[in-house]
Design a protein around this ligand. Structure first.
Ligand code: G1P
Length: 290
């Protein structure tokens, strides 16, 4: 049986330049989609999938993320005093338990691969998940849970992929695929941000990974790649030459909240699923004479 995946790395060190001025002082991961900060979607997804410990790789200006996942004594006391016990209990349930969350820092913006490598001492010698919080997932069960189910079956390394269009392929990591194995398929190649017209398929890596710890050794000597950054995709390409590597097609919808359109799309479509505002938002959309 595959060794269980108990830790998840969530890189949150990146600047949110696409959302200035909103992100001048506010971490981009704290922008709300309906009523939850973007970063909370992936923490909830991780715990739903059975993750027991979340490791944030943060940077300067990101302390609000630490506070968000802490117990807020005054807020809790005030809510309870005012009889809003259910709201207080919900906040409590969403706060990771004592010792189940760690923070480390990426001091310099050297790339996603470097950010993941910054978590190596906390991850240790166990398989781990990586969740990129820009990518907000809407699926039942969540994306990481779907991958965990496949991992129980095939083990090894697993990435989630979805279809993209040729005009968007240059923004992502794109994979080449091989034979089907149960709910997963073999990954035979991958390229980070391919030049237009060179993508090996229409399947892009949508920001969820289950990786064996050897990736950290590969990352420790990984040369820079696309954009002059140390890329996780390049390290995974080395890994797949000697270890089992699979892809899972995510059955659900991915919102790329790193872009303005994806962020607005997430807000509109997830509002249409939220009991507080569903009807009003649907009414508003119907009333628009576009
Ligand atoms: C990163 C990964 C890329 C992946 C993307 C998903 O790119 O390097 O392979 O497709 O996330 O969001 P970034 O968005 O950091 O440029």
């Amino acid at each position: 049986m595959a060794q269980p995946v108990r830790k998840a790395v969530i890189p949150v060190a990146g600047l949110g330049t696409r959302f200035l001025p909103a992100t001048k002082t506010l971490p981009k991961e704290m922008l709300p989609v309906v009523d939850r900060p973007v970063v909370q979607y992936c923490v909830d997804e991780a715990f739903e999938a059975g993750i027991e410990h979340v490791v944030f790789v943060t940077g300067r200006g990101k302390v609000l993320i630490e506070d968000h996942f802490d117990y807020q004594y005054e807020l809790d006391a005030t809510l309870r005093e005012r009889g809003k016990t259910a709201a207080a209990e919900t906040l409590d349930a969403q706060t990771p338990g004592a010792g189940r969350i760690s923070f480390t820092r990426q001091q310099k913006p050297l790339g996603l691969g470097h950010a993941v490598w910054c978590a190596r001492d906390i991850v240790g010698d166990d398989p781990f998940a990586v969740l990129l919080p820009d990518m907000v997932m809407d699926g039942e069960p969540g994306c990481l849970k779907q991958m965990m189910d496949a991992y129980d079956d095939v083990g090894g390394n697993i990435i989630s992929v979805q279809e993209t269009t040729p005009d968007l392929a240059h923004k992502y990591g794109i994979v080449a695929t091989g034979a089907q194995k149960g709910a997963a398929f073999e990954i035979t190649g991958m390229v980070e941000k391919p030049a237009p017209g060179t993508a090996p398929s229409n399947l892009y890596i949508n920001g969820r990974y289950i990786l064996q710890p050897r990736i950290m050794d590969i990352l420790s000597t990984q040369a820079t790649g696309a954009g002059g950054e140390i890329q996780l995709t390049d390290a995974m390409l080395t890994m797949l030459k000697s270890e089992p590597f699979f892809g899972v097609s995510f059955n659900g919808r991915t919102f790329d909240c790193g872009s303005k359109f994806g962020f607005l799309e997430a807000n509109i479509l997830l509002a249409l699923k939220h009991e507080d505002v569903r009807e009003e938002v649907a009414g508003l959309l119907k009333s628009l004479d576009l």
